[in-house]
Write a protein that binds this ligand. Structure first.
Ligand SMILES: NC(=O)c1ccc[n+]([C@@H]2O[C@H](COP(=O)([O-])OP(=O)(O)OC[C@H]3O[C@@H](n4cnc5c(N)ncnc54)[C@H](O)[C@@H]3O)[C@@H](O)[C@H]2O)c1
Length: 381
C-alpha cells in the first residue's frame, strides 16, 4: 500500500518549480512506495507565495519557513532557497526530526556543511542533496559503462560548465536568481554554483579528488544593485582547475558565466585505456562512446540515443526515441529517494557526499587564492 509523506518546501523560485513538478509526477511515472503530499510552501512575500501555492497545488502558503519546520504533520523539509539560508534551515529541521532534501551547494562554506552533515546524521533521518545531474539517464549510463569496465584504466577526466548570462555589466547584484552574484548569499561564485555539479559527477564517476590547483578571475568588479546603488563583486566569475584523482587520473575543470554562446554546457569527457565517453547537457539525451575493442575498421565515436527501455530510468518514461529533459532528472531523483527510504538505504548523493564536494570546492578556492596545490580537507567520519 502506498503511504503518504507530507512535504514542506522552502523557496519557490527556479528550483521550487522543478521540485513541485517532481512531487506531482513521481507517482504517475514510478511505482514507488510513498506518495508525496504538497503540504506547505514558504516564501518571503505573501502574495507571490500564495499565487505559487495555487498554481502548483500546495495546500498552504507560509511567509516564515519556521512554521514548516515546526509543523508536526510535515515529514520532509525541502530546502530550495538561496545558499546562505541552507544551514539555519537544515539545523532547525534536523533538530525537529524531519527528513531533509536540500538543494546544492550544500552550504556557503565547509564549516557550515560540516555542522549540517553532523546534525542530519545525529538525527538519523533520511536525507539527500539535489545534485540532479546524476539522474540524467545518459550520465547514469556513463556510470554503468564505467562499472562494466568498458573504459579500463582512466587517464583523463575533462569537465566544463559554461554559461554566458553575466557578461553584461547591467546584470544586477542581489535579488531573484542574481543573488548568485552576492558573496554573502551565494558563498562562492561559479565554483560553488557550477563547478560543484561537475565535482559531484566526477567523484561519482571517477572517485575521490586527491588535490587541486586552481585559477579564478572576476571580470566585472563593479556592478549595481536593483535599487541602482553600486555593488562591488566579490564572487569569482570564472574558475579553472587541475585535479589529481586518487585513482591516478588527471582532471581539468572549467566553470564560467563568460563563455559567449554557451547557455548550459555541462559536459565531461573521460578517456580510458579501452574507451572514452563524452556527455554534454545541451544534448542530454545522448551519450558519445568510443570503444577500442570494436573491430579496427569499425572503430569510431558512436552516439547512443539514451531513450531505450534498457537505459537507466527510461522504462518509466515514454517509448524509445522520445527524449526526456531537464525536469525529468528531478523526478528520477525523487523516485530514487523514495525507493531508498523504503529499503533503509542511503539516497545518494546525501549530505555526506555533498560535503565531500564542498571540501573540494573549498580547496579550489583556497588554491586560487594561494596559487598552490591544495588537498581537500579530510572529513570526520
Ligand atoms: N540542482 C540544480 O541544478 C540547481 C539549479 C538551480 C538552483 N539550485 C539551487 O537551488 C537553490 C535555490 O535556487 P533558485 O535558482 O531556485 O533561486 P531563485 O532565486 O529562483 O529562488 C529562490 C527562492 O527562495 C526564496 N527565499 C529566499 N530567502 C528565503 C527565506 N529566508 N525564506 C523563504 N524563502 C526564501 C525566494 O523568495 C525564492 O522563492 C540554491 O541553493 C541554488 O544553488 C540548484
Amino acid at each position: 500500500m502506498i503511504r503518504t509523506l507530507n512535504v514542506g518546501m522552502i523557496g519557490h523560485g527556479f528550483m521550487g518549480r522543478a521540485h513541485s513538478n517532481a512531487y506531482h509526477r513521481v507517482n504517475q511515472f514510478f511505482n514507488v512506495p510513498f506518495q508525496p503530499v504538497l503540504k506547505s510552501v514558504a516564501g518571503r512575500v505573501k502574495d507571490t507565495t500564495e499565487a505559487f501555492a495555487r498554481r502548483w497545488s500546495w495546500e498552504r502558503a507560509e511567509t516564515d519557513w519556521r512554521r514548516i519546520v515546526e509543523a508536526p504533520e510535515v515529514d520532509i523539509v525541502d530546502v530550495c532557497s538561496p545558499n546562505n539560508t541552507h544551514c539555519e534551515i537544515v539545523l532547525a529541521a534536523a533538530a525537529a526530526g524531519k527528513m531533509i532534501l536540500c538543494e546544492k551547494p550544500l552550504a556557503i562554506n565547509l564549516d557550515e556543511g560540516c555542522q549540517m552533515t553532523a546534525a542530519v546524521e545525529r538525527s538519523g533521518k533520511a536525507n539527500m542533496v539535489w545534485f540532479n545531474y546524476r539522474r540524467v539517464p545518459a550520465i547514469s549510463l556513463a556510470k554503468q559503462i564505467i562499472e562494466e569496465g568498458r573504459l579500463g584504466r582512466v587517464f583523463h577526466y575533462r569537465a566544463t560548465y559554461l554559461q554566458d548570462w553575466t557578461i553584461s555589466p547591467g546584470v544586477p547584484v542581489g535579488g531573484p536568481a542574481t543573488w548568485r552574484l552576492e558573496k554573502a548569499v551565494a558563498g562562492a561564485g561559479v565554483s560553488g554554483d557550477l563547478a560543484a555539479h561537475n565535482i559531484d559527477t566526477a567523484i561519482w564517476l571517477n572517485g575521490p579528488v586527491a588535490r587541486v590547483n586552481a585559477m579564478t578571475e572576476i571580470f566585472i568588479r563593479e556592478r549595481f544593485r536593483r535599487d541602482g546603488s553600486p555593488a562591488r563583486v566579490e564572487i569569482e566569475d570564472v574558475c579553472s582547475f587541475l585535479a589529481r584523482f586518487e585513482n591516478g587520473s588527471n582532471g581539468t575543470f572549467e566553470a564560467t558565466r563568460y563563455a559567449r554562446g554557451r547557455k548550459n554546457k555541462n559536459s565531461f569527457e573521460i578517456n580510458g585505456e579501452k574507451g572514452s565517453i563524452y556527455f554534454d547537457l545541451e544534448n542530454m539525451h545522448q551519450l558519445q562512446y568510443f570503444s577500442h575493442e570494436d573491430l579496427p575498421h569499425l572503430q569510431g565515436w558512436r552516439t547512443i540515443l539514451v531513450t531505450g527501455v534498457e537505459h537507466p530510468y527510461m522504462a518509466n518514461w515514454w517509448v524509445p526515441g522520445c527524449v526526456t529533459g531537464y525536469e525529468h532528472t528531478f523526478v528520477n531523483a525523487l523516485a530514487d529517494f523514495l525507493n531508498c527510504l523504503e529499503k533503509g538505504e542511503r539516497a545518494r548523493p546525501d549530505f555526506r557526499d555533498a560535503l565531500e564536494t564542498q571540501a573540494v570546492t573549498e580547496a579550489v578556492l583556497e588554491s586560487a587564492q594561494t596559487e598552490s596545490w591544495i588537498t581537500p580537507a579530510a572529513l570526520d567520519p
